[in-house]
Design a binder for this molecule. Structure first.
Ligand code: ADP
Ligand code: MG
Length: 239
């Protein structure tokens, strides 16, 4: 996916900060890839470059056969809308819209029709099948979180990015979020990339990389991951 990424910032005193120092990364469908590492190690910079929100000084990022570091801004934002999904720390749900309307909104803004059957099956698999016509305030925090995941997935993105997906959650909701990300990777077959310093997220990863001073190292890889389909979501049927 990414080859030879470098991104240098200039500090106020004029010195160079190597936020990305020759980073290579491959992500696969059906796997949860976790990028761990301390604060300041370059994780957010990497996510931004992988997602086409920032450009590297050198190196390339291929998504769906296209080098996203080459196109113009319009090509890039179009690629982002069509090929990538994002799970943010805050769910950014709009209170005056139902879950269904929230999920459909990004695609509608992009002039596309939502596949209702796909929405329903994603919602069903995350235990939200009966909740699509509820408003966010009528849903638990965990349900709101899973609505945001369905919204990220409904356009069938090639890669789903999650930036510190458990950081703003309590222990139980954090564990549900991890189970959801695994479900999305193992059962729905998406490539999921999570940036996190939460040891539980790190433990759940099929491939775990660690970032340190702008350099990325593979620390663990579970070869069996992609054939290991997860059982039914543990919260299915709970409210
Ligand atoms: P992480 O997400 O792992 O905490 P970041 O990618 O945010 O790390 O930052 C990596 C390094 O780059 C840090 O030293 C940070 O201070 C520096 N950095 C990040 N963004 C900027 C910026 N816009 N200008 C200057 N330095 C930056
Ligand atoms: Mg960060």
């Amino acid at each position: 996916m990414a080859r030879g990424l470098r991104r240098t910032y200039r500090a106020p005193d004029g010195s160079e900060i190597r936020a990305l120092d020759d980073v290579d990364l491959d992500v696969q469908r059906g796997e949860l890839t976790v990028i761990a590492g301390p604060s300041g190690s370059g994780k957010s910079t990497l996510l931004q470059v992988l997602a086409g929100l920032d450009r590297p000084d050198s190196g390339s990022v291929h998504i769906g056969g296209q080098d996203i570091t080459r196109g113009g801004d319009r090509t890039l934002s179009r690629m982002r809308r069509r090929r990538l999904g994002f799970v943010f720390q805050s769910f950014n749900l709009i209170d005056s819209l139902t879950a269904r309307e929230n999920i459909a909104l990004p695609m509608q803004l992009d002039g596309r029709k939502v596949d209702e059957a796909r929405m329903q099956s994603l919602a069903d698999s995350l235990g939200l099948g009966e909740r699509l016509d509820h408003y966010p305030t009528q849903l638990s925090g965990g349900q709101q979180q899973r609505i945001a995941v369905v919204r990220a997935l409904v356009s069938d993105p090639e890669v789903v990015f999650a930036d510190e997906p458990t950081a703003s959650l309590d222990t139980q909701s954090g564990e549900q979020m991890i189970a959801t990300l695994l479900e999305v990777a193992h059962h729905h077959g998406h490539a999921v990339v999570a940036i996190s310093h939460d040891p539980k997220v790190e433990q759940a990863g099929d491939k775990v990389y660690r970032m340190a001073a702008g350099q990325l190292t593979l620390v663990r890889s579970n070869e069996a991951a992609r054939t290991d389909f997860s059982p039914a979501a543990p919260w299915a049927g709970q409210h």
